[in-house]
Design a protein. Structure first.
Length: 370
């Protein structure tokens, strides 16, 4: 009996958010087409403002609104109640995030006794989140990821999802290109590699399953990572404006698809850069250019913060000390103990860093006597 009570308590917030989402969804759908377009136009303006983050934003409510989805009862909104504003001098001085400011303003309006204003504000908040999730972001592919051993975030494409190459290339499987000299001749389909097609947005896959670079440079790979982070930031902003939007199916699909891809590619970038560090150390060691000390800033992808970070550690203190590969092995072993016990990092991020330490150790272990 106690277990059932605890389970019910845990599911209550989720159920409440789902009910609130459905309520706002039905109210939006109950509006006449003209009013829906009005809300959508205001939503576009608000969504763009949330990304630009000014200190103040203005918006308008319609002159009437359907306040009951079942009866379709309509109420008018007075002219002086239609023009609204969020933010101002105080927010600019305190640098309060516009998402928080707008969220607060919507809550104030939704709690007003005037039902027409309250309902219209709720619909506009829903419409803004809907625009951000549905219209501002690419549709993406239907994907399924699995979590690697010891991890909680599914980030590895399911092996059974490997696609059989076809003579017919779908637009979702390729980059569409059309040069200025070929306008009107149709789009040139440039197929993605099979591994990239396992992900939500293949155009932002910079590394294959073996960690090989698929784009022209590391800078392009970093740009892809940045694009994925921006994608998730838009989703995060939408939920910051209306927490109930986590119940939206499109939100869940896009978040799952992009989160797994970002974690996968972020780690791949970190491993690639780690291998470049190893090559640089080996090259400089051969040239006798490491006899005055060595420190390493190891890149890694933090799957909680969702961005690249560095783990700095010292291999050889500054001074006239001849470089010996064994110094790297010893430093890595010492740092691995620290990382394994660092509770500030998630278990999966710790495993990710330890994997990179293993790459460093193996690279210099075979030549440690040199």
């Amino acid at each position: 009996m106690p277990e059932k009570t605890v389970s019910s308590a845990i599911s209550m917030p989720t159920e409440y958010l789902r009910q609130e989402y459905e309520k706002q969804h039905h109210l939006f759908e109950a509006q006449p087409l003209l009013l829906q377009r009005y809300f959508e136009a205001q939503a576009r303006t608000l969504a763009e403002s949330l990304l630009q983050k000014p200190s103040q934003v203005k918006f308008s409510l319609p002159d009437r609104v359907v306040v009951d989805a079942k009866s379709k009862r309509t109420e008018n909104i007075a002219g002086e109640e239609r023009e609204q504003m969020a933010g101002g001098l105080v927010e600019r001085l305190t640098r309060t995030d516009l998402t928080i400011v707008l969220h607060t303003r919507f809550k104030e309006l939704e709690q007003l006794p005037k039902k027409s204003v309250a309902v219209a504000a709720g619909i506009l908040r829903y419409s803004t989140c809907r625009h951000m999730v549905t219209n501002m972001l690419p549709v993406g592919r239907s994907v399924k990821y699995v979590a690697l051993e010891g991890e909680t975030t599914p980030s590895e494409p399911e092996s059974s999802s490997t696609e059989v190459e076809s003579a017919i290339t779908a637009s979702t499987d390729a980059i569409a290109e059309e040069s200025s000299s070929e306008m009107g001749r149709g789009e040139l389909q440039v197929p993605f590699v099979p591994y990239a097609r396992k992900f939500f947005l293949p155009q932002w896959v910079a590394f294959d399953g073996e960690g090989k670079l698929l784009v022209g440079s590391v800078a392009e790979a970093e740009a892809d990572i940045s694009s994925m982070q921006h994608f998730l930031q838009i989703l995060h902003t939408a939920v910051g404006l209306a927490a109930y939007f986590i119940a939206d199916g499109e939100y869940q699909r896009k978040r799952h698809g992009m989160l797994g891809q970002l974690v996968n590619q972020g780690r791949a970038l970190a491993v690639y850069q780690t291998k470049e560090i190893i090559q640089t150390i080996q090259r400089r060691a051969s040239a006798g250019d490491l006899n005055r000390g060595l420190s390493i800033s190891l890149p890694y992808f933090d799957d909680q913060a969702l961005h690249m970070k560095e783990y700095p550690f010292e291999v050889i203190p500054a001074g006239r000390i001849m470089f010996v590969p064994a110094f790297v092995v010893r430093a890595v072993c010492e740092e691995a103990v620290k990382v394994a016990q660092d509770t500030r990092l998630s278990p999966s991020t710790r495993n990710h860093i330890l994997t990179e330490f293993t790459l460093l150790e193996e690279a210099f272990l075979s030549s440690k006597g040199g």
